[in-house]
Write a protein that binds this ligand. Sequence first.
Ligand SMILES: [Zn+2]
Length: 231
Amino acid sequence: MDFPQLEPDGKLPDRNQPTPRKLAMKKLFKGILDFQSEDFEAHRELFKDLKSSQNPHTLFIGCCDSRVVPTLITKTNPGDLYVVRNVANIVPPYHLRDHFIGSVSAIEYAVMGLKVESIVICGHSNCGGCYALNESPESLKYMPNLLNWLDIIREVPERVSQLMKGDSAAEREWITEEVNILVQMENILSYPYVRERVESGSLKVMGWYYIIETGEIYNFNDDTGHFELVE
Ligand SMILES: [Zn+2]
């Protein structure tokens, strides 16, 4: 049995005051009903078309971060994007497939099964996963699985150091986020079926850098070697 936590002043909590957990649940359930009466109604035909199959054109690999919402930032509809999200938008190199089978199997299905035409690897500003790369592993010891996951991209900080012009934390942050995207663009080409399709021209891999506070997206240009604002 759970006993109620006392308030800081030693009194019992007021039963009439909603707790943060109850407020979150209320918000979620209200959201479901609002979706059904508004968004679903507005796209009723689309959902009917999607009833028994999907034909997404793009595999979107993004971070789990709550502020990065793939369909919102691309203004796409249900059925357009096949989405893989994990901490720091990582693509495990192909030879690690036995260890990180969740992300790898989704990539396999998107490319081999759904035959997507493009893959977007989308990093973002203020990424906690990238930030953690620059912290000591000791500080993350209480999250051993996260530590294990971030080990996939341990090469990133070293590459960042070579690119830094100054030594500010802000510069390290955004360069880490951009280099991380480039590393994932390299990793995705270690998948033989991805490389094959990219070389034959039937699949395009893009690297995007999304800025949370402006809504801007910078697309990596292979020819110039820079992230360029999509405009
Ligand atoms: Zn992130």
